[in-house]
Structure formats: structure tokens, C-alpha cells
Design a protein around this ligand. Structure first.
Ligand code: ADP
Length: 180
């Protein structure tokens, strides 16, 4: 599913983020940046040890912020590592921190003149953020960013599994209908 925002495309795909040919892929990392499970583990496995070396040198990343490394052996030239919030009950700043993780990643992409970015569904695995609430924040934050910034031409959400894809699709469709 696709939506056009200014001159950019926001699209949803089901699949594995490590296989994407966008200029950058985003990693749902943890504050140590030293690797973990889920999408983080998959990116380091596919990209090789170079990425971890750069992460060690960077030395960590606070929740809601982002850092950039090269893509190692990945097709993507860069990996943007961002840290989403651990979900408790939604009243501990989780929505703002999740939006900030997306915004910080897009800001870094803009600074590096990156034109295409793939995102996973940040915080919805081990960090326990409810998928629908996370999708709402993810899609709204990216749409608002693209409305205010030219430069990035493609943002692709790469959803892991049919369930995640369907939730994002439903939320994006509702956003599009509200926009009319
Ligand atoms: P977090 O700690 O931010 O919750 P996880 O990696 O545990 O990060 O999960 C984030 C999301 O990424 C989950 O929805 C999970 O299903 C998804 N995911 C896991 N592996 C991949 C992959 N290879 N490509 C895309 N998404 C993935």
C-alpha cells in the first residue's frame, strides 16, 4: 500500500528489513547499541561485524534518539540505529519517545542527504508497544515529517508478518480517509 505526501512516497511492505535496497535501513536498537535480539540481531547478522565496531565507537544512544553507521555488508549504505521506549502503560512518555525515535531517524537521514529509508515497527517486539497504537504514532510522525521536509523521497515500513502488515494498512487507510 502506498500514499503520496508532497513529492515523497510512504509505503507499506511485508518482509525482512535486512533485504531492503533503500539507502538506509533503521534498526530498533537498545541504548547500549551493542546488539540484541529481534530486528537488531538480524541486522548485525546480515551486515557483519563492521556495524558493531562502529556502534562500540559511538558508545550508546538514549531512548528517543538516533545514531548512524555504515551498512557493512547490507545492500543499504547506512544503518540508522534508534531506540524506542519500553512500553509500560502508555503513561510514562512512551508515545512522545516513540515519535521522537522516528523523527530523530528522519532528521539524521536528512542531514546525510539520504533519499530512501526503510523502518521496522519500532518498539513492538521485545519492548511490548501495542501494535495499533505504535502504528498510529509511526505513520502520523512520518507523514508530518514528510509534509514539512523535502529531500527524503521514499519511506518504506517493512512489517514482519501478515498481522503487523494488516494493522499498519488499516491505520494508514483510516488516516487517508480522515485526510479527505
Ligand atoms: P523492540 O525492542 O524495539 O521492540 P524488536 O526487534 O523486538 O524491537 O521488534 C520490533 C519489530 O521488528 C517487531 O514488530 C518484530 O516483529 C519486527 N522484526 C523482527 N525481525 C525483523 C526483520 N528481520 N525485519 C523487519 N522487522 C522485524
Amino acid at each position: 500500500m502506498k500514499m503520496t505526501i508532497q513529492k515523497a512516497i510512504l509505503e507499506l511492505a511485508e518482509g525482512d528489513i535486512t533485504l531492503q535496497d533503500t539507502e538506509a535501513i533503521v534498526n530498533a536498537a537498545n541504548t547500549t547499541l551493542l546488539g540484541g535480539g529481534g530486528v537488531d540481531g538480524a541486522i548485525h547478522r546480515a551486515g557483519g561485524p563492521q556495524i558493531l565496531e562502529e556502534c562500540k565507537w559511538i558508545g550508546g544512544c538514549p531512548t528517543g534518539e538516533a545514531r548512524i553507521t555504515t551498512g557493512g555488508r547490507l545492500k543499504a549504505r547506512y544503518v540508522i540505529h534508534t531506540v524506542g521506549p519500553v512500553y509500560r502503560d502508555g503513561r510514562h512518555g512512551e508515545p512522545e519517545l516513540l515519535a521522537s525515535a522516528y523523527r530523530s531517524s528522519l532528521n539524521l537521514a536528512s542531514q546525510h542527504k539520504i533519499k530512501s529509508v526503510a523502518f521496522p515497527s519500532i518498539s513492538t517486539g521485545a519492548y511490548g508497544y501495542p501494535m495499533e497504537a505504535a502504528a498510529q504514532i509511526a505513520l502520523t510522525t512520518v507523514r508530518n515529517y514528510l509534509e514539512g521536509h523535502l529531500g527524503i523521497r521514499l519511506v518504506r515500513f517493512v512489517l514482519f508478518g501478515t498481522m503487523a502488515y494488516e494493522v499498519y494498512e488499516r491505520v494508514l487507510r483510516a488516516m487517508r480517509e480522515e485526510g479527505r
